[in-house]
Design a protein around this ligand. Structure first.
Ligand SMILES: [Mn+2]
Length: 415
């Protein structure tokens, strides 16, 4: 992604806001893991989408208004040679301009001064901040802290949530995002194939994870898309399983639900496959249901279809297959075997933060997962078949189609 992408994203965001509005987006702060060690920094995804700058303690201050001339300032932490000697170089002002296209770059200590001046000037009524919490008791992010600061000092200023505006932009992917996503899919495939090729009964989940991580890193992805879910046997019945020390027994199915982060784009692909390389009859019958359902979805997904239909049709079609094989007697039975929804968007986040009500129509440039999860506890078989669907002008494309998908593909790779 180059600076024209990031600058275009900011321009589109500012154009959605009135001229008397400001927007503030923080990159985030380092989070302490233990004693004097910090977690690897992972920049706020909205900040990343708007600037491309992977730097803690940076702030974007944008001014609302349409037009090519953007009014904005990007604040970065000032150079600190001692700190940088230990922890690596901070982004410099000229680098920040080169990456993001932002022309006005200042140091962080000037941020509050500039914000105060703007709010004191009388020219602004509203400050937009990305206000994201999953529970009211969650600790305040820098955006919430700033909201309190503004309320204390400038009670006449209206605080609004920036998220609906960012979500509206992030839902449609630009050509350069799709290019990065294709490369990310290729790397994800290398990781999944490496696991399939190495697999044999007696391996631990950690052995398989090592194969996956080695392959994706050798192929240029520094990070997985999320914590890899690589499970065997009954662990497959835990949807977000993060353990790693169970041993895959002959006859077990492996469930992988994995992705990579490449150029900030994140994939999310699941496969279910027998650790011994041969599907047994029950595994074959269940997996074939998921294959048929998935193929059907990629045949019918196209612009204009309501997003809510994707989930509903996955469930309906998969029910019909499971009824035909005798597992479901009535429609109510499907809830016993399908535990979760089948469609979430991907992009800068693995569960992408996008504006998508259930009655939203699909549009070209959307990318979401088609995820068919089947869990038959009585048989000890659980897996997901999850692919990444790009909506095109007249239909859709399975971006992960080259990753072994059918029973024949998987058994051939594992020979
Ligand atoms: Mn997934």
């Amino acid at each position: 992604m180059d600076k024209s992408f990031y600058a275009g994203n900011r321009q589109a965001l500012y154009a959605r806001l009135k001229e008397d509005a400001l927007a503030v987006v923080f990159s985030g702060v380092l989070i302490r893991q233990t004693n004097d060690q910090y977690y690897q920094f992972f920049a706020d995804r909205n900040f990343m989408y708007l600037t491309g700058i992977d730097q803690s303690e940076a702030v974007l201050l944008g001014y609302g208004g349409k037009g090519a001339e953007m009014k904005e300032t990007l604040f970065i932490p000032a150079p600190d040679l001692r700190w940088e000697k230990w922890n690596g170089q901070r982004v410099k002002a000229d680098e920040a301009t080169e990456i993001s296209g932002a022309q006005d770059v200042k140091y962080l200590q000037d941020f509050k001064k500039q914000l105060d001046q703007a709010l004191m000037s009388g020219g602004y009524s509203t400050v937009y901040l990305p206000l994201v919490k999953f529970s009211a008791d969650e600790p305040d992010s820098p955006a919430y802290q700033l909201a309190k600061y503004i309320r204390d000092r400038f009670p006449h200023i209206i605080i609004k949530d920036l998220m609906p505006h960012v979500k509206a932009l992030r839902v449609i992917k630009k050509p350069c995002e799709i290019v990065a996503m294709r490369k990310a899919e290729e790397i994800t495939g290398a990781g999944i194939v490496a696991m399939m090729r190495a697999a044999k009964p007696g391996m631990t989940e950690l052995d398989l994870r090592a194969e996956y991580m080695y392959a994706i890193m050798k192929n240029g992805a520094a990070l997985p898309g999320s914590i890899p879910i690589i499970a065997t046997g009954v662990n497959n019945f835990c949807i977000h399983y993060h353990g790693h020390d169970s041993i895959a027994q002959d006859g077990d199915m492996i469930l992988n639900d994995v992705g990579v982060n490449y150029n900030h784009m994140v994939t999310d692909v699941s496969r279910g496959w027998p650790v011994n390389g041969r599907f047994n009859d029950r595994q074959r019958a269940l997996y074939q249901c998921a294959v048929e359902t998935s193929k059907h979805m990629f045949d019918i997904i196209k612009p204009g279809m309501p997003m809510g239909d994707v989930d509903a049709i996955i469930k309906r079609v998969n029910y019909e297959h499971m009824r035909d094989m005798g597992l479901c007697k009535t429609w109510d039975d499907i809830g016993k075997y399908m535990w979760h929804g089948g469609a979430h968007h991907i992009g800068f986040d693995v569960h992408d933060v996008v504006e998508i009500a259930m009655d939203t129509s699909l549009a070209p440039g959307m990318i979401f997962c088609v995820d068919i999860g089947i869990y038959v506890e009585d048989w000890g078989i659980g897996f997901r078949l999850e692919d990444n669907c790009l909506v095109t002008e007249d239909g859709c494309e399975n971006l992960s189609k080259d990753i072994p998908f059918t029973i024949e593909d998987i058994e051939a790779v594992m020979k």
